[in-house]
Ligand binder design. Structure first.
Ligand SMILES: [Zn+2]
Length: 204
């Protein structure tokens, strides 16, 4: 039986930042969602909360919860929504390189939590109650959530449940940054390959 593959951006389409792409593999009505990055919109402070809430709802209601998230690098527009996504979809498996996780835990995700607080006096008043609840949850659970991220420290292929495999390829750009190569089994005879570059720098 041949599988169907759908591509659905939940962010990062017709905009810069907020990279969040879903590859959905469907077979006999069953769907598997591989999400590539889950960033926020760094240039628009208002959208940091609004869009992430909307994005989570959109993915849950219109697509399906991701089974796997692959994180390309530690910049906020590619990963700052991660804590919220682990909160929203607790069964998700997240993969990243070790330096990416180090940078996220010491820097990017701390900034994400702080930004919720900064918003208190400004434009987020409409979302105050919801935001305050989010801050407390994420603050208490940050270490627990970071520990759930699985580290990939090589360039070999790793299984992607039973739908295919993936590997990380160093992409320059920032410490730990990777491109993701994904192989999906369409049927017994055919694979397709997808490369997600994330942000890439070709000069060393
Ligand atoms: Zn970047």
């Amino acid at each position: 039986m041949t599988k169907k593959i759908y591509f659905c951006p939940a962010g990062g389409a017709e905009q810069i930042g907020m990279s969040c792409y879903n590859i959905i593999i469907e077979e006999k009505g069953k769907k598997f969602n591989v999400m590539l990055d889950c960033g926020w919109q760094v240039n628009d402070p208002k959208s940091k909360i609004v869009s992430l809430l909307d994005m989570g709802n959109f993915i849950r209601d219109r697509l399906i919860p991701p089974q796997v998230i692959l994180i390309s690098h530690a910049h906020a527009d590619h990963c700052a929504g991660l804590l919220r996504f682990i909160e929203e979809f607790p069964k998700v498996e997240v993969y990243a390189s070790p330096p990416t996780v180090d940078l996220m835990s010491s820097n990017t995700l701390e900034e994400f939590i702080r930004s919720y607080r900064r918003g208190k006096k400004k434009e987020y008043l409409d979302y105050k109650e919801e935001r305050d609840k989010e801050i407390e949850k994420l603050k208490n659970k940050k270490i627990e959530y970071i520990a759930k991220i699985k580290l990939i420290n090589d360039e070999y292929f790793h299984p992607l449940s039973n739908v295919g495999s993936f590997r990380f390829i160093p992409s320059g750009h920032v410490l730990g940054a990777v491109a993701c190569q994904i192989r999906l089994n369409i049927d017994e005879k055919k694979d397709i390959k997808i490369v997600y570059t994330g942000d890439i720098s070709i000069y060393r």
